[in-house]
Ligand binder design. Sequence first.
Ligand SMILES: C[S@@+](CC[C@H](N)C(=O)[O-])C[C@H]1O[C@@H](n2cnc3c(N)ncnc32)[C@H](O)[C@@H]1O
Length: 310
Amino acid sequence: MNLKTNKIYHGNCIEVMKNFPENSIACCITDPPYNYEFIGHKWDDSEVKRRTERIKDSKTMVKNIPYGSGLAGGVRNKRWYEKNRQNDLEYMKWCQLWTDELFRVCKAGAPVAVFNSNRSIAHVQIALENSGFYMRDLLVYRRNSGIPRGLNLERKLNKKGHTDAEKWKGWHSAFRNEWEAIVLVQKPLINNYWNTLQNTNVGVFKTVNEDGSFQSNILENLNKKEKNEKFAHCTVKPLKLIKKLVHILVPPHKDNIILDPFAGSGTTLVAADELGFEYVGIEIEENYIPIINERIEQAKMERKIKVDLL
Ligand SMILES: C[S@@+](CC[C@H](N)C(=O)[O-])C[C@H]1O[C@@H](n2cnc3c(N)ncnc32)[C@H](O)[C@@H]1O
């Protein structure tokens, strides 16, 4: 099969990728569902609905979040930890299904950057490595924000009427989450970087910044949303951040195709298009497909207006 590029495929990426030719993708930048929201498994719609129903008269919001999130309510007994563990293992198994297909379609030396929650990034990494990818780095996307979450012990004890609650001021069950993890793996090289680059046009990273500094593995000051960057997706990533990833991971070449198998509102695809690369997206939710196409068209129009104004 010849891979049709600049196209969004509708369907489950595990199945859709099976129809893609092997060794055809130069880079994958993706943000799959985290283990508490993924589709078609235990924590699907019906389970979330069941939990929501159970707590409809309570003010607690987190109780409808399944075990995998680590935020689920409930007594921290043996069963709770076992359920959590089971959920992690199931998630890893599911990851392995798409990482296997992804490995097949990537060219030698292709970098793959995958976002995930700090709690479950290791599971994604192991699945990628089990599929054959080689671990390169754990990039930090620093957001400079993050809501303190988890249990505020002083508040909890106060509510329960403990007289010495104040003693626990400032003690929580979790830290403020200020960064997101991006696991960076690579399909094995053909002997060395130069050989690989000559064969597949990928393998090395762009490390010199505009100000002459050397690119670090902490990505920051990239979270400001650009104008018109409000799309109907709850987990949209900043375009600036994804453009930076494309820029540092993929040498410009006409044959370098960028893939996002979990396209969402299409940020990776817009970034690829803006930087002159061919792209391929896959999205399981049909409703997102017109949103992605509209977004790409809008970005193209804005670029044209800029050129016309010059
Ligand atoms: C976290 S969102 C991606 C958001 C994206 N980074 C953006 O900026 O808009 C993950 C997306 O993957 C889609 N998805 C989940 N399972 C999928 C599957 N098996 N195949 C393809 N898409 C899937 C979901 O519908 C969701 O839109």
